[in-house]
Design a protein around this ligand. Structure first.
Ligand code: ZN
Length: 275
């Protein structure tokens, strides 16, 4: 089977990492190429640092993730909280995706809670057909293949979607996924606990690496446990009852209503590790 190319398009420089780094690791295990995109530069999410300082720090955090996973990580030059379905942002994403030529693109659900997530989803939908239209942005050659589109299972989703879904077990990747998330120090150990009203004295110091992974584990594990439980019947269909029963943690991806969506017809070549 020829190598496939995965592009994850998130709004902020930690969304792809939190939501889908397990899938990225599966692709990398096969030697397949992965691109993470952040549509905004993430320069708003901090209670103390100013925007320029934070933007630079978060660029360093994404570089660390890129190094750890062996992927390309592109952070767009768009201020945080200002992702919009403008022509400028549409063409920037179109050119980037054409250059990478993905077989599978995953982005946020259209009804996500954060406006940057919603408009990122819209931008991906806006370019989904244009990827193949040669007279649109002719400076970057149009693709001659179909690109399959899917959504992340949202962090806050407690219900199943009706759409076709694929559940990827990530138990064996969980520790590495924690390490990926821990690269986002400004978020995991500073901004997110603060904005969520946690007692900041509970955060382990930087010298306590294991304590910090446990801190993230406690907060993030329930999301992926819930996803595995919500989609247990899909895991059974994909893996068989015995293997499915042992899965504790899963990332879930489901069909996006764009020109070529994830479906029964195309998922096997994109998720061969499930077959
Ligand atoms: Zn986000």
């Amino acid at each position: 089977m020829s190598g496939k190319r995965l592009a994850l398009v998130g709004a902020h420089p930690d969304d792809c990492d939190i939501l889908a780094s397990g899938l990225a690791m599966r692709y990398r295990e096969l030697g397949w190429d992965v691109l993470f995109v952040s549509m905004a530069n993430g320069d708003c999410g901090h209670q103390e640092m100013d925007r320029a300082e934070l933007g630079a720090r978060r660029a360093g955090e994404t570089a660390a993730v890129a190094e750890m996973l062996g992927i390309e990580y592109v952070v767009m030059d768009v201020p945080d909280c200002e992702v919009q379905p403008t022509l400028e942002q549409r063409w920037a994403l179109l050119r980037l995706l054409r250059r990478f030529a993905p077989d599978l693109v995953v982005t946020h659900h259209q009804q996500d809670y954060h406006p940057d997530h919603r408009y990122t989803s819209q931008l991906v939908g806006d370019v989904s057909f244009l990827l193949k239209v040669p007279h649109c942005c002719p400076d970057t050659p149009a693709l001659r293949k179909d690109t399959v589109h899917a959504f992340f299972h949202a962090v806050r989703a407690s219900d199943r979607e009706d759409a076709f879904a694929v559940a990827v077990p990530i138990d064996d990747l969980w520790r590495r996924k924690l390490e990926v998330m821990a690269c986002h120090t400004s978020q995991m150990f500073e901004w997110l606990p603060w904005v969520n009203g946690e007692d900041m004295r509970d955060i382990p110091p930087a010298s306590d690496a294991e304590g910090r992974l446990a801190f993230i584990d406690e907060r993030r594990r329930p999301i992926f446990t819930l996803a595995a439980d919500l989609y247990r019947d899909r895991l059974v269909e994909l893996l068989g009852a015995e293997r499915a029963r042992s899965v504790k943690l899963a990332e879930v991806y489901y069909a996006a209503p764009f020109p070529t969506s994830l479906s029964e017809r195309n998922y096997r070549v994109l998720f061969p590790f499930l077959c």
